[in-house]
Design a protein around this ligand. Structure first.
Ligand code: SF4
Ligand code: SF4
Ligand code: SF4
Length: 199
């Protein structure tokens, strides 16, 4: 299903559907000092996918503590928390503490760095990322009338510099970390002017 969705829509799921992506967007609105993750950090999700989703659970069995599913912060928030509350907090174990520790770290980074979990850790994002190159969804910015204002770059939650592809007439979503959110199009003065003119 993931591969089918990925081929059809690339990472559009990440920009428009995933509740954990929305949670990160909301957390990032909390005021404070912000920073962008370095480029190399986005390789992390491929290592998580390879080792903690595929290799280690395959070799050590699904009950291993080193599987990503054991510490997935989305699962902690959306599954473990309701379960913990419904059990009256009677199910706290060492594994629970580790899971909550991971979630707190992810929340901290989400506040400081936009979509940091999506960019550096999420194995679903890693699967979808490569399919951005072949998906049917296309997001374009105008090359002909570009005024090099960089508004698209500064509005991008994944910090993937859409203006670089706009100048080369490449769809801006043809890069692994684009979540197809269209924020760059909304921020572009040329696109906005054309929409006003055509209205
Ligand atoms: S990268 Fe993962 S957590 Fe982020 S929006 Fe996509 S599926 Fe959700
Ligand atoms: S390049 Fe545009 S569509 Fe892609 S993540 Fe950045 S703002 Fe969103
Ligand atoms: S926001 Fe529009 S005009 Fe400004 S750099 Fe990006 S594509 Fe060019």
């Amino acid at each position: 299903m993931l591969l089918l969705f990925g081929v059809l829509i690339g990472r559009l799921f990440c920009g428009w559907v995933c509740p954990f992506g929305l949670a990160q967007d909301v957390l990032h609105k909390i005021p404070g000092r912000k920073f962008a993750l370095p480029e190399w950090a986005s390789s992390g999700k491929y290592l998580v996918l390879l080792f903690m989703v595929l290799l280690i659970p395959f070799l050590a069995g699904e009950s291993t503590m080193y599987s990503f599913c054991r510490i997935c912060p989305a699962a902690t928030l959306q599954v473990s928390l309701p379960y913990l509350i419904s059990s009256g907090f009677a199910t706290i174990s060492a594994a629970t503490v580790v899971r909550w520790g991971v979630l707190i770290i992810v929340i901290y980074f989400a506040i400081r760095s936009s979509r940091s979990f999506c960019k550096a850790i999420c194995p679903i994002g890693a699967i979808m990322a490569l399919l951005n190159y072949i998906s049917f969804v296309v997001v374009r910015l105008p090359k002909d009338a570009c005024v090099s204002c960089q508004s698209c770059d500064s509005s991008c939650p994944m910090n993937v510099r859409p203006s670089e592809r706009a100048i080369k007439e490449i769809p801006v979503n043809r890069t692994p970390d684009c979540i197809v959110c269209h924020d760059c199009k909304r921020a572009c003065p040329v696109v906005n002017k054309r929409m006003v003119n055509s209205a």
